[in-house]
Design a protein around this ligand. Sequence first.
Ligand code: MN
Length: 227
Amino acid sequence: MALVVPLEQVTIAVDGSDDRFPVRRIYCVGRNYLEHIRETAGADEREPPFFFQKPTDAILPPGEDFPYPPVTEKLHHEIELVVAIGKGGANIKAEDALDHIYGYGVGIDMTRRDLQGIAKEMRRPWEAGKAFDHAAPCSPLFPADNIGHPDKGRIWLAVNGEVKQDSDLEKQIWPVPDAIQHLTQLFELKPGDLIMTGTPEGVGPLVAGDTVTGGIDGIAEISVNVV
Ligand code: MN
């Protein structure tokens, strides 16, 4: 008998199917759009991509409310393209990367910006800012077999109907195949991994009562109530 109740496998709905995608890990790309680097960091704009993780059970399924998290006065939204890995591998070359992708979705990298700021300043890890409960609202996944492999298209987010983030996937500094090449030098990907591929400029605060909507043309839309 197990000492504690085992964690239920986290899964995400697949559009047009009863299948569910079992999530193994959630990798996130830091700083992948130039204008977002300029608004938040003043960091080196040519440095290679870096990665952090959110816990698998931070996924907030479609249709569920997002509870405003504790210990922050600066919760920020970051709209992102989500890549779902169907075939694993290490040291994947960019030109082979699309073969490893099952599908795509839209996610929000919820961020306690004040805690992330303290972590940056004190050279501490980012978990308090990025890896809290429910910090990864995600749309259903759309298989690449149905929608292809989008490398451009409007990516946007609105708060209470007012557009805050409005860019295009083609502005990614490290497009998905390049991000996968870099990521798999560090970690072997497995089926079930998700990659959140970074956010464009326009990040900003959310408060309880806000309705957040967003999407990527040709992929999916997402809607989340902050409660
Ligand atoms: Mn992000």
